[in-house]
Design a protein around this ligand. Sequence first.
Ligand code: 6GU
Length: 248
Amino acid sequence: MHIDILTLFPEMFDGPLTESILKRAQENELLTIRRHNIRDYTTGKHHTVDDTPYGGGGGMVMMAEPLVTAVEGVRGDDPQVPVILLTPQGRTLTQKVVQELAAYPRLILVCGRYEGVDERVRQSVITDEISIGDYVLTGGELAAMVIVDAVARLIPGVLGARWGAEEDSHAMGLLEYPHYTRPPVFREQAVPDALLSGDHGGIERWRRREAIRRTWQRRPDMLLTANLSEDERWFLADLAEADAPPPG
Ligand code: 6GU
């Protein structure tokens, strides 16, 4: 996977890209990331990238020329590559969208700044717009980092072989089951017997049920689309009954 990031602040990415799993993914050449400073695509001697909005009002708007020139320069003659603008107006990022993005060999991420970008950037070069949630950030950079991280961990080989992404919360359609490690008792709280049994079928069943319990408690909306067995549907019905308001 190759990701190009267009930004006015390429150094913002130093931390996330140079530690831990994203660092190793790049060292192993499973992921290549190139950062491009939009300011390098300006022509005037002042290297201006923003201007006041037509019609007045506060704030600044990112100009069309540097941004479109940057996208065209970076994209080359590959019309297939998604050019994604990070903006609170985009479609909301979910694990399903992350999976969709991870299937491309290449992505271009465009980080908006200031109050917005000239509408003609959208019309000229943007193929998709993504938001990472219903709140407002000062720019698209943090959102781009979120996308890079979430996409990278789905690339085969980025996570260890024994530690795939298949059982992640959301990928499974359920929140994750509770985890425990040593010691067996911590401040009088014991690890559940089911996990100490060595019975792999029993452990799997316990984990599925606890994932369902947690999802019921925290994200009942996710259960509408979760893939549950007959036995698990009965377990969920029992949970719902125990929680039901008292009769009368
Ligand atoms: Cl992609 N950009 C900005 N500026 N704010 C956001 C966002 C993106 N996603 C959520 N809030």
